[in-house]
Design a protein around this ligand. Structure first.
Ligand SMILES: Cc1cc2nc3c(=O)[nH]c(=O)nc-3n(C[C@H](O)[C@H](O)[C@H](O)COP(=O)(O)OP(=O)(O)OC[C@H]3O[C@@H](n4cnc5c(N)ncnc54)[C@H](O)[C@@H]3O)c2cc1C
Length: 400
């Protein structure tokens, strides 16, 4: 007779161990002083084919770096991070531009750029060293059953995990949300993001650039070894030809779109592409179930807000879990979930609206809109009151 599949009991089980899932597990360990027994189930071992820790670099806002410091993760990540000293925003072929400088804001940096492959290594090492976190990797959740007091999850190898609370941190197309009947709203931006690492003639000196062009925005973020990390949003029908270009042809096309602020573009690394679709779970909580990170909302990368918003989900959830734990409440019950939802909704709605508004405002080619946004950018460059809300969100100084 076959042995019965093993069963393990946890306080919290997190499906997905990439940026959102890993930071959540570490935040819970830190804020409860390892008081809650946590499992992380991650489908893929971190290497360069990992979907959540691939060749991308992402910008972490100043506020996110501080949140990561509060939960004890920043010291491991900061040796691999490149600080952003200024952000330069312009509209190609028009007069509007605005700049933000760390020195004007009295901070050392406005944000930092981290390579997801580095983050993957740091997080997985931290997870394996944690006192009360069990990592199931490679493994994935295939079934979820809920009863009044617990959730029972089945993994692909037949093991079952029971828990008081299940967290879906399993990315944009969350199969865990599907399993419990949480639907997604989707809006196709009709853009594809091309990414590559770019070596430039002039040193970036910590400068980040965002340039709006007719096809979509081009961003260059400062990264390691003096390179800049490119995110170039183009129309879907343009992407295949641009991916197939030789490096020199691609560098010429990028030079025309981006300009000469970093001198000649000398070398383009491997290119990859991401279709850009806004995805939002229609509910963030359900019985003993909560959604965070890209599973909750997947944004256009125009303003670099995706993980910055996801991290605010994660830290808020860890805080609410720690409160319930310290007050000896049921950590998976509705009062905890409702407290999380109440704190997350305003930030989520504002960030989604701001990001989608930027995409539509800056991809519109009608004359009044072009004039309006250029007047806006020009006004921001001279009036700090106008720039302040944009700057606050770029720096991640957002109420939670
Ligand atoms: C081009 C581009 C540029 C970006 N730039 C920025 C930026 O500058 N700043 C910023 O803040 N954000 C940026 N983002 C967004 C950011 O990358 C994401 O928000 C973040 O990486 C999402 O992390 P996540 O953990 O929520 O999801 P994911 O990275 O999708 O991770 C989900 C994980 O769940 C695992 N999984 C899936 N199903 C299961 C299952 N059933 N069981 C177990 N595990 C499962 C997967 O293997 C995966 O590891 C950018 C995104 C793109 C595409």
């Amino acid at each position: 007779m076959d042995a019965a599949p093993s069963e393990h009991d946890f306080d919290v089980v997190i499906a997905g161990g990439a940026m959102a899932g890993a930071t959540l597990a570490l935040a819970i360990e830190r804020l409860t002083n390892a008081g809650l027994k946590v499992a992380v189930v991650e489908a893929v071992i971190p290497d360069n084919r990992h979907p959540g820790y691939d060749a991308r670099s992402i910008a972490l806002s100043y506020g996110s770096c501080r949140l990561l410091a509060d939960i004890g993760i920043w010291s491991g990540l900061s040796p691999f991070a490149t600080p952003i000293s200024s952000i330069h925003v312009s509209d190609r072929g028009h007069f509007g531009l605005t700049e933000m400088h760390a020195s004007n804001e009295g901070v050392e940096y406005l944000g930092s750029v981290v390579e997801l492959a580095d983050a993957g290594r740091v997080f997985h090492q931290a997870l394996s060293k944690a006192k009360n976190i069990t990592l199931y990797c490679p493994a994935f959740v295939t079934d979820i059953e809920r009863s009044i007091n617990q959730v029972t999850l089945t993994l692909n190898d037949g093991q079952t995990l029971t828990t008081k609370l299940m967290v879906a941190a399993d990315g944009a197309v969350s199969s865990c949300c599907d399993m419990v009947g949480i639907e997604r709203f989707e809006h196709d931006f009709q853009q594809v993001a091309l990414i590559a690492n770019v070596t430039t003639d002039m040193a970036h000196q910590g400068r980040a650039f965002e340039r709006f062009t007719q096809t979509g925005p081009v961003a260059l973020l400062p990264m390691s070894e003096g390179r800049s990390s490119l995110v170039w949003c183009v129309k879907p029908h343009e992407a295949p030809a641009m991916l197939a270009m030789s490096d020199d042809q691609f560098a010429d096309a990028l030079q025309r779109a981006f300009g000469w602020r970093l001198g000649r573009l000398l070398h383009i690394g491997e290119r990859a592409s991401y279709p850009l679709i806004l995805r939002q779970a229609t509910r963030l909580i359900s019985h003993r179930f909560v959604v965070v990170g890209n599973a909750a909302q997947t944004l256009h990368p125009i303003a670099g807000q995706g993980f910055n918003l996801g991290l605010r989900d994660v830290v808020t959830l860890a805080e609410e879990l720690a409160n319930a734990f310290h007050e000896e409440q049921d950590i998976g019950a509705m009062p905890m979930l409702q407290a999380y939802l109440t704190r997350r909704e305003p930030d989520r709605d504002a960030t989604v609206a701001m990001t989608s508004g930027l995409v539509h405002g800056f991809s519109n080619t009608t004359a009044p809109l072009i004039l309006g946004r250029n007047v806006g950018l020009a006004a921001m460059s001279v009036c700090s009151e106008l720039k302040a809300p944009l700057l606050k969100r770029a720096m991640g100084l957002v109420e939670r």
